[in-house]
Design a protein around this ligand. Sequence first.
Ligand code: BGP
Length: 494
Amino acid sequence: MAFPKNFLWGGATAANQYEGGYLEGGKGLNTSDVLTAGSHTVPRRITWKNPKTGETGYTGMGFGSPMEFPEGTVPAILEGEYYPSHTATDFYHHYAEDIALMGEMGFRTFRMSMNWARIFPNGDDAAPNEEGLAFYDAVFDECKKYGIEPLVTLSHYETPLNLTIRYGGWKDRRLIGFFETYAKTVFRRYEGKVKYYLTFNEINCMEWTGFMAGGLTDNSPQARAQAAHNQFVASALAVKAAHEINPELRVGQMLAYQPTYAMTCDPADQLLVMEGEQGALFYSDVQTGGHYPAYRLKKYEREGIVLQTEPDDFELLEKYSADFLSFSCYGSSTQTTHTEGLEDTGGNFVMGIKNPYLKTNAWGWATDPACLRLALNTLYNRYHKPLWIVENGIGWDDQKEADGSVHDSYRIEYLRQNIKSMDDAINLDGVDLMGYTMWGCIDLVSAGTGEMKKRYGFVYVDRDDRGNGTLARSKKDSFYWYKKVIASDGTDLS
Ligand code: BGP
């Protein structure tokens, strides 16, 4: 079996975890700049300050630990605290070297995110920051040299901090207009350089953490529902603008999705799985399907959630649904109502029960060789739109040898099984899949824990959890393996 000749093989990153240069080139602060480092057992926190009294402190992000900002406080950077996003793995100063490495692997695409606060430092500025725009020009020109097609996420777990402080984040409808201005600026500026865009990374993470997903300091169900609605409308307006600017542009949705299994054949377990799936698929039913599903409207009614909408909203959602659906998928989750005596397993958002048939990594994430075929079939049969796997991979505490090599056979094994699963979905099931971008292709900061030691890359970056290291790049064994996979169009997985 083989992959289509034009299949977009590549890797994925995000500015908040990779780019660094957090105060350079006129960039403003964004929400990820106030997130501390954590670990597998210690949740990341948001730092805050009371501008009047000078008092400072910490709060959780809403999952793992509750988010509560004391009266009069705002998210802020504290002196002496370590923030992993500030330097991250410094793509800002290494982009030419990194893109050359991607070119050497034969990447046909590179998923990256643009830092919104680098283009509009306060989010609501009247004019964009030219230095920020020029930085991405240089990045795209570099990609072009190697025939790499960029795939650009407009907002990957970040909102300009000013929009959080001044407007309360995405629950305020005015953010739709600010985002539309940002999207139009970028679509026009990079016409001819960028064809594929995604609006909000893992939009369904709004289900758990309004701060990461929507810059919210109020994590109530009401605020998160409103923020999701505003992002849906903003996404639709981005699709509209892109098509008007150039009908060739494609704007996709980005969903966190993984297959969910019922642990037993008890019907109660099937209902649990169904309800869990609704929590994720609601977001794609609206953004890719074009309609609010009845199950969600009923839920809002039950919970007393009232959306503030405008008359045109629903027509916009239907008319300008996403051109394609991209998603992240790292494994699967297993759920049951019979939890007694069973061990839990990990995951950023969707936890579950340890599945005895699957292996887990050191962070408890279950790897599942069938996950991609199952996910691709569910999503394709539901929406009949092209799909794109924009995140898949395995986090590991890689050990670098004295000669700079990293023997990551576990990563190669994981990817081999996952690529095989994707191959089955294309060739056995006829799914229309545009591409595959392995997550964290060059080592970067973990979103969930803020660690460096949870590495995903084909390329090792010398940096540790406290920010020490030379930032030097070195190739892991998987680098050479992936290069062979791409060159053989996915037929040589040995
Ligand atoms: C997804 C995010 C990414 C990425 C990935 C791996 O949820 O879109 O930003 O980080 O998960 O998660 P982690 O970094 O927590 O291992």
